[in-house]
Ligand binder design. Sequence first.
Ligand code: C5P
Length: 317
Amino acid sequence: MLSAVGPPVTVRVPAKINLHLSVGDLRDDGYHDLVTVFQALSIADEVSVTRAVAGAIEPGVAVAGADGVDVSEVPADTTNLAWRAVEALARRVDREPDVRIGLHKAIPVAGGMAGGSADAAGALLAAASLWRVDIGREGLLEIAAEVGSDVAFALHGGTALGTGRGERLVPVLSRHTFHWVVAVADHGLSTPTVFGELDRLRARPEAPRRVGDVEPVLEALASGEARSLALLLGNDLQAAAVSLDPGLRRTLRGGVDAGALAGVVSGSGPTCVFLCDGQDAAVRVAAELAGAGVCRTVRVAHGPVPGARVVDGDGGP
Ligand code: C5P
């Protein structure tokens, strides 16, 4: 019997940045408690999930990069976080993960923008839609949290306060759109290495200063004032990322010299993000930063944007 090759379900899923990232001490389970404010940006991966068909579509993962995105380090096999997410869903609903996952990546790889987590969230939503799994949003968020600390936020999107490992989320009121310039490095940084470096720095007498309370950040977001928010951007992981990659100092200075209101390392880095006073300003800052030779590529983005959503296909009959 011939099996019909069903249409894929395609999901668009955004990158995240952390406007505020307060890192607690190392826990016994190897993680750190976080208090963080996530924002989803208009840089997105596309994840498509297709039913595997014997002899035609093999189960597995295929990876492609958008213009200028180096995907050579992204595993195109079952170690990919997107595959692990689909496996977790398949286990939950007691079926085989008999799908092919296609990743089209625009989010910088190992850049501190949760690209791997975005792909996991996208694959989870796409597979749930393809299989017509009825576990609700809460069920998906639960699986997402098991797969990785940032996966739940990629489903959630918008602006959110994250606690625990970063997987416990509540939406944050954010007025207006914020305009960002994203400076992508020519290499990645490993998240566990950056957390480990922070632990090492904190064990020294001249430990890096910790970021302040989150409340003023929430107030600035509610006011929608970019200038207020700019004064409050903060990331405890920045000292660790800069310690591992001192060239980031030049990148951070370069963005501010180019006219940004403020800059911060995104998550565990090495991507740096710069808040600008409107869209025109962001375009100007991006042009100047691109010419400064302090990063590999420069992108303009805005946020908040919605979390993972199906953009094509619905699984068919
Ligand atoms: O959860 P995820 O797999 O994304 O985390 C990757 C690594 O980042 C963890 O193994 C841990 O070393 C570090 N991490 C942490 N504390 C967190 C989140 C991540 O130490 N809250």
